[in-house]
Design a protein around this ligand. Structure first.
Ligand code: FE
Ligand code: FE
Ligand code: ZN
Length: 290
């Protein structure tokens, strides 16, 4: 099982991410190169990156288990303010460059939000943006994340993802990240996940799935909310999430937890343990706080 969680890039950058990952007994991780809500980024530290890569190697963790997440502020869907759209395109280009320097091959991207644009226009804007960013020499694959449908989000069903993927020139530079909380909130029943995978395979192809975000949801199917819950503590439930984690069709795909902290403590060590043991932890809070 390739499994890990969101980790903090913080002071030691990639090296710190690897140390956290090892402390969670995980073999994969996802990070933001800075705060997810802003675009302030520091220079990549070469020494530190080298140490991180060595530590990964010592622990037999391939770089393909390492995922970056682009900040939320990048919105390629809305061209109403051309300067803002240009800024988003340039920022995404820089993020890809940072990933390249770190040796990271995947970056997850929220496709964007329409705001006041028509949905069709918004989807086209996303394609335009991606086509500005991606060319034949791009070494990092952009993974479009399945979204919950909160507000005016794009990429909220298979047909929208397909439309975006079809509008991109260098199609082999794009993939998809399935988020179980977002799928649930967008209207997909995770208890019959294989039906969803069947449809995804027919319409897009399962080979495009390069990452899974394994999260429970605080809200019912189709609620369009996007609020994550700890594994087994939400409306999706432990059984269904275990079935996603162990689905043989996604065997080689990293499963990344983005579940909420409990009173400022990361719950990942215990959640990963419960997934690996296939045993629901009904005293997660006590474990995390002890
Ligand atoms: Fe995300
Ligand atoms: Fe996610
Ligand atoms: Zn989310």
């Amino acid at each position: 099982m390739i499994i890990g969680s969101h980790v903090n890039y913080g002071s030691e950058s990639l090296l710190g991410c690897v140390k956290q990952t090892l402390s969670y007994n995980a073999n994969a991780f996802m990070f933001y190169t800075g705060a997810p809500q802003n675009s302030i980024r520091k220079k990549i530290d070469e020494e530190n990156t080298k140490k991180a890569q060595e530590l990964l190697k010592e622990n037999n963790i391939p770089m393909t288990n390492v995922i970056c997440h682009a900040p939320y502020i990048i919105n390629l869907a809305n061209k109403a303010k051309p300067e803002a759209w240009d800024f988003a395109v340039n920022f995404l280009k820089e993020e890809l460059h940072r990933c390249e320097l770190l040796g990271v091959s995947y970056i997850v991207l929220h496709p964007g939000s329409c705001v006041k644009e028509e949905r069709e226009t918004a989807l086209k804007n996303i394609c335009d943006g991606l086509n500005e960013v991606v060319d034949n020499d791009t070494k990092v694959m952009i993974l479009l994340e399945t979204m919950a449908g909160k507000g005016t989000e794009c990429g909220i069903n298979i047909s929208e993802l397909k439309q975006i993927l079809n509008g991109v020139i260098f199609k082999n530079k794009l993939g998809v990240c399935l988020d179980t909380c977002h799928l649930n909130d967008s209207g997909i029943d995770i208890s019959s996940f294989d039906n969803y995978l069947d449809e995804f395979d027919r319409e897009i192809g399962l080979d495009k799935v390069k990452c899974v975000h394994l999260n429970d949801s605080l809200n019912p199917i189709g609620s369009h909310k996007d609020r994550h819950a700890n594994i087994g503590y939400g409306t999706i439930g432990f059984e269904s999430l275990i079935n996603v984690a162990y689905n043989p069709r996604l065997k080689d795909v990293p499963k990344i937890l983005e579940t909420p902290y409990i009173e400022d403590h990361a719950p990942y060590y215990y959640e990963i343990k419960s997934i690996l043991e296939k045993k629901f932890n009904d005293h997660l809070k006590e474990d995390v706080l002890k």
